[in-house]
Design a binder for this molecule. Structure first.
Ligand SMILES: [Zn+2]
Length: 174
């Protein structure tokens, strides 16, 4: 779940060996399949918007093609919407997975959210699992409970406030 004004999610994939015009055509095909309305279209940039649904006000889809790399960004159409409930990330992944299935030449880059880093304790490459709050998250939570109760959910959505644990040895990583 992203937090920001407005909330957004973006990814860049490399379409190795594909001509920019071929990427463009494939992008347009997927957008039509998804019924995402194309608002603007040029050789290197496409703007679309996802349809309105009950869970969101619709998202702005921004696609840019430069050389053989494809940039996809989904952001909330309402500039004041700071929480997207994971909708933007879902849009980007839905689009890219449909796109990569059709074009085997594409290798998606490691998504930033999957934290594949070496654990400082056991030195194993293990996914770091975020759960619960770390010390600074806990302090922020207590301060908010005392002074600003309506915002006490904030530490749970801020990445820096989450406790990160190694999935191999289970030790907490700061
Ligand atoms: Zn470990």
């Amino acid at each position: 779940m992203a937090f920001g004004f407005p909330a957004y999610h973006q990814e860049t994939v490399s379409c190795r060996g594909m001509e920019p015009s071929a990427i463009h055509d494939a992008v347009v095909k997927r957008l039509i399949e998804f019924k995402w309305g194309i608002r603007f279209e040029s050789a290197t940039e496409i703007l679309a918007s996802s349809s309105l649904s009950l869970s969101s006000w619709g998202e702005k889809i921004e696609i840019r093609i430069s050389g053989d790399s494809l940039f996809v960004k989904s952001s909330c159409a309402m500039p004041t919407q700071c929480l997207d409930w994971g909708k933007n990330k879902k849009n980007v992944f839905k689009f890219l997975s449909a796109f990569t299935q059709q074009n085997s030449a594409i290798e998606p880059q490691q998504p930033k959210e999957v934290m594949q880093m070496a654990c400082p304790f056991c030195h194993e490459e293990a996914p770091i699992i975020s759960s619960g709050l770390n010390n600074s998250g806990l302090i922020l939570f207590i301060v908010l409970i005392l002074f600003c109760v309506p915002l006490c959910w904030l530490p749970f959505v801020i990445d820096g406030c989450k406790k990160k644990t190694c999935s191999k040895c289970g030790r907490e990583i700061q």
